[in-house]
Ligand binder design. Structure first.
Ligand code: MN3
Length: 244
């Protein structure tokens, strides 16, 4: 990292990071499920782990600014309001996701929105990365090849009617599977998900994630997504899920 890039990152992560350069990344959303799910109220909007223009031209600056700074921020605000009192008060993000049902609309939408986006930002990064040997082997064994996996994941993303997410999950027993969820649901919502599991890769296919650059062309956005997937995070999430 050169000096200019460091200053840009440090600026995002805040003053604390300047005093301790190794703290720069810690100030962003945790890139592991254990820490993410242990978060307690009041929930806060994590800074992006890169500049808003870092994913250009694949994901544009304005989309990132609005998606992170407005959409995600709103989920955080609404989640804090929804869990101020009642059955979800004081629970960790993971406990909320595991407990929520169809009758808890505000908690469902905003706890999902906060977890999904916090994870999503860490799943993206500029620059090249690739699946670890262990993950590649699991992908090949579950789907045939990396190409076949990406086609099947892309089909799941294209197949979401309206707004939702496509996921690569580790199921109970350690098997990889592709699934999708509507709106801000996710596979950690065991009372709601058709395929429960631990997310290790997710793709937001809400129009707010791509409309400014790709308009109605969701397949173009999915193709752009593969160019900015941060496989380093996916590898860590996979290793973490397999340790359970
Ligand atoms: Mn979104």
């Amino acid at each position: 990292m050169n000096k200019r890039e460091f200053i840009k990152l440090a600026g995002l992560a805040g003053i604390a990071a300047l005093a301790n350069p190794s703290a720069t990344w810690a100030a962003t959303a945790p890139a592991d499920n254990k820490s993410l799910l242990a978060l307690k109220p009041p929930f806060v909007l994590p800074p992006l782990p890169y500049a808003t223009d870092a994913l250009e031209p694949n994901i544009d600056k304005l989309t990132m600014e609005i998606h992170h700074g407005k959409h995600h921020a709103t989920y955080v605000t609404n989640l804090n309001n929804a869990v101020k009192e009642g059955a979800f008060a004081g629970l960790s993000l993971g406990d909320i996701l595991g407990k929520v049902t169809a009758t808890d609309a505000a908690v469902r939408n905003n706890a999902g929105g906060h977890y999904n986006h916090s994870l999503f930002w860490t799943l993206l990064a500029p620059g090249k990365s690739s699946p670890s040997a262990e993950l590649q082997q699991a992908i090949n064994s579950a789907f045939g090849s990396q190409e076949a996996f990406q086609t099947k994941f892309g089909d799941a993303a294209k197949g979401v009617f309206g707004s939702g997410w496509a996921w690569l999950i580790v199921q109970k027993g350690g098997k990889l599977a592709i699934t999708s969820t509507p709106n801000q649901d996710n596979p950690l919502m065991t009372n709601l998900a058709k395929d429960p599991g631990t997310p290790i890769l997710g793709l937001d296919v809400w129009e707010h994630a791509y409309y400014l650059k790709h308009q109605n062309k969701r397949p173009d956005y999915i193709a752009a997504f593969w160019k900015v997937v941060n496989w380093n995070t996916v590898n860590e999430l996979y290793a973490e899920a397999m340790k359970k």
